[in-house]
Design a protein around this ligand. Structure first.
Ligand code: ZN
Length: 259
């Protein structure tokens, strides 16, 4: 397969997305895919939809994309308010054709994609949340200890490799079950053993939650996944969030700490 940049959970953070795209370009990577949550929480939904549309081969639908497009189900008050503000921001686009194109793009996002991969990687399933409930189910690192049966059930639905986002915590789940954060991997990369199954969380571009404020993404090749972190102008995004009353200040504050 062509070396592929895998991004997820941009959450309308244009500063973080532009920094990640610049790194992808610097490395000469030509293929980008997105695991969803392009919008929601952040201050730049229009710019982020446009960048993902222009740069990604495809994107999945995340729970926040769904929430803005249809209805915010099971959202906390801050996330719900952000979803309604995001809809207003998309609706207030003065260019009617562009407004329609953005909504059509969001409406066409798929909830799961299966790619053939290569002989080394095997088939690759991509979902925002989990192979069982592709939009909404979280797979937490703690599940390895607290819910091993849940992971067994999820792995039953994984052909070989599964790419996920949603928790904003990067790392690799193996079927033991076990979880490997990037910091525990040699050179930040996980090498696939023959016939081994793995669920890979690529982390979040726009709202990391692993106590590292840098934007996260990953590079998938035939035999490995490499986790990448990129610093960006957190202050610029946080200030924009705080200038929008419908976006809770906490959504800006959390970016400084990556939580
Ligand atoms: Zn998300």
């Amino acid at each position: 397969m062509v070396p592929t940049a895998v991004i997820s959970d941009v959450h309308a953070n244009a500063e973080a997305l532009r920094a990640v795209l610049a790194d992808i370009d610097r490395r000469g990577l030509t293929r980008i895919i997105s695991l969803g949550d392009i919008i929601g929480y952040g201050p730049d939904p229009r710019a982020c939809v446009d960048l993902v549309r222009a740069r990604c081969e495809w994107s999945l639908m995340g729970n926040h994309d769904f929430g803005v497009l249809y209805e915010p189900t099971n959202f906390n008050p801050g996330a719900e308010s952000a979803a309604y503000w995001t809809r207003e921001a998309l609706d207030s686009e003065p260019d009617a054709a562009l407004r329609k194109e953005r909504y059509e793009f969001l409406g066409r996002l798929r909830v799961r994609v299966v790619e053939p991969g290569s002989t080394q990687s095997g088939p690759i399933l991509a979902v925002h949340g989990s192979p069982r409930r592709p939009i909404n189910e979280y797979i937490f690192p703690d599940d390895v200890v607290n819910a091993p049966d849940k992971l067994t059930t999820l792995f039953d639905r994984v052909p070989r490799l599964c790419l996920v986002g949603h928790t904003h915590v990067p790392g690799v789940f193996t079927s033991e079950p076990d979880f490997y954060p990037p910091g525990e991997l040699t050179d930040g990369a996980y090498r696939f053993a023959p016939d081994e199954k793995a669920i890979i969380n690529v982390g979040s571009v726009g709202q990391p939650r692993d106590l590292d404020p840098r934007a996260a993404y990953a590079i998938l090749t035939d035999d490995r996944i490499e986790f990448v972190r990129i610093p960006y102008d957190v202050d610029a995004t946080a200030k924009k969030i705080k200038a929008i009353p419908q976006l809770n200040d906490w959504l800006g504050d959390r970016l400084y700490e990556g939580r």
